[in-house]
Write a protein that binds this ligand. Structure first.
Ligand code: CTP
Length: 400
């Protein structure tokens, strides 16, 4: 597991709401990612979850009121926030948001929000009517104007039995937001299109030809591009992976479907990263019925070459800045240079196929007009962030 919050000190504030039960999981996962977490709870929050639970999970004392004698100078609102990298309020009730807008300081959590010297992130959690109510919407807008980051809320079934906007984001989503918050916004305002995973080419209604691509590298790049502030669309063949938070995913199966989906949106994109292991060929005549087994005579399949998605996008007039991938089994440097030029793209990322398929670590080199730039072997998410950095620094300058 990558320690994406290593060295970060976070104050996690809980105000009153049934979503407090999700905060137990949240603090646990923040610790897993290396964060040090100080939990502060309002009186209302303690009606939903106990301080003991949060203390056991955070491994640190939990603070409930401004008169806590455990802090020698009796200034927990100052001591807890100095040196903190962020304050995250999850859940944030409608009442607590209203307090933040007014700058009230009548309990420890609201006081430390006012006294903080670090960013404030707020995850609203309330009934859909409370969220939609004009005062709450006004408060959310005002908080944004005050530089507070509002996370969510999500949409779906609510504890009250109603359905709509107002659910607190899930712990995994809040974690993605928090990790993303600390990443540099290198692609802010950019639109990034990524293909990932294998394609699946049918032989008949039950048989297919595919490849071993897991999609992990493409999904890691999608996540890293979103963390860098981009608007990300991921066009994916079948994988077992969940969609990275904040990313729009379009599912396809065949190379032709992937080609059509990419070309439908490529013109509006700033960057196109082709990571998918697209099948080079498809079966010329897909049988409409299952091909029956004949032991003496295996079927003979003939193939048609699939369109090259990357090369096509690279030729679009005013098309996006293109990045290709090459998984080779030998002579990486030679083949990668040649492939970059043949596809007409400014940047290609190459690796040895035996090192990457389905692994969590990867060893890649960047190939561009200046030559080969190897990156150190690392986890796929870490490498993806380095690649997004490399793309961001080249995107407005380099030509093929
Ligand atoms: N690619 C694509 N559409 C295809 C085939 C490949 O967009 N029909 C993209 C891949 O997503 C990847 C790069 O092109 O970015 C990989 O090219 P590859 O298919 O490996 O190269 P080939 O041209 O097939 O060369 P070779 O088979 O000799 O390796």
């Amino acid at each position: 597991m990558t320690k994406d919050l290593q060295g970060k000190r976070i104050v996690l504030g809980l105000s009153g709401g049934i979503a407090c039960y999700k905060s137990a999981e949240l603090v646990r996962r923040m610790i897993d990612l290396g964060a040090s977490v100080d939990v502060v709870m309002t009186d209302a929050a303690t009606h939903f979850i106990t301080a003991v639970t949060m203390q056991a999970l955070s491994g640190r004392p939990v603070f409930l009121d401004a008169w806590d004698a455990r802090i020698p100078n009796n200034m927990p609102h100052i001591d807890l926030t100095r040196g903190a990298d962020a304050v995250l309020i999850a859940p944030a009730s409608a009442d607590f948001m209203a307090k933040l807008v007014q700058g009230r300081a009548d309990d420890l959590l609201s006081t430390l929000c006012l006294a903080r010297a670090c960013p404030l992130l707020v995850a609203p959690a309330m009934n859909r009517e409370m969220w939609a109510a004009a005062p709450t919407q006004r408060n959310a807008e005002q908080l944004k104007r005050d530089g507070v980051m509002i996370l969510g809320p999500g949409n779906g079934d609510q504890a009250c039995g109603e359905t709509g906007d107002g659910r607190m984001l899930e712990p995994a989503q809040l974690l993605a937001e928090l990790v993303g918050f600390f990443q540099p916004k290198l692609l802010s305002g950019k639109r990034v299109l990524i293909t990932a995973g294998p394609t699946v080419e049918p032989i008949d209604p039950v048989r297919v030809i595919s490849n071993r691509s897991s999609g992990k590298t493409g999904y890691a790049l999608a996540r890293a591009a979103w963390e860098a502030g981009a608007e990300v669309t991921l066009i994916s063949g079948p994988t077992a992976l969940s969609t990275p938070h904040g990313v729009t995913r379009i599912n396809v199966e065949t190379a032709e479907q992937m080609y059509n989906a990419v070309l439908a949106s490529a013109a509006n994109q700033d960057i196109f990263i082709a990571v998918a292991a697209v099948a080079d060929w498809r079966v010329a005549k897909v049988a409409t019925d299952k091909i029956k087994k004949n032991a003496d005579q295996p079927p003979e399949l003939s193939f048609i070459t699939n369109p090259d998605i990357l090369a096509t996008v690279a030729k679009l007039p005013n098309g996006p800045w293109c990045v290709g991938f090459a998984a080779e089994t030998e002579r990486l440097s030679e083949f990668a240079h040649e492939k970059r030029l043949r596809k007409g793209i400014p940047m290609l990322i190459g690796n040895l196929a035996q090192h990457v398929m389905d692994a969590d670590h990867t060893t890649v080199s960047i190939f561009d007009m200046h030559g080969e730039h190897p990156l150190a072997t690392s986890g796929k998410q870490d490498v993806a962030r380095q690649l997004i950095h490399a793309i961001a620094t080249r995107v407005d300058g380099t030509q093929a």
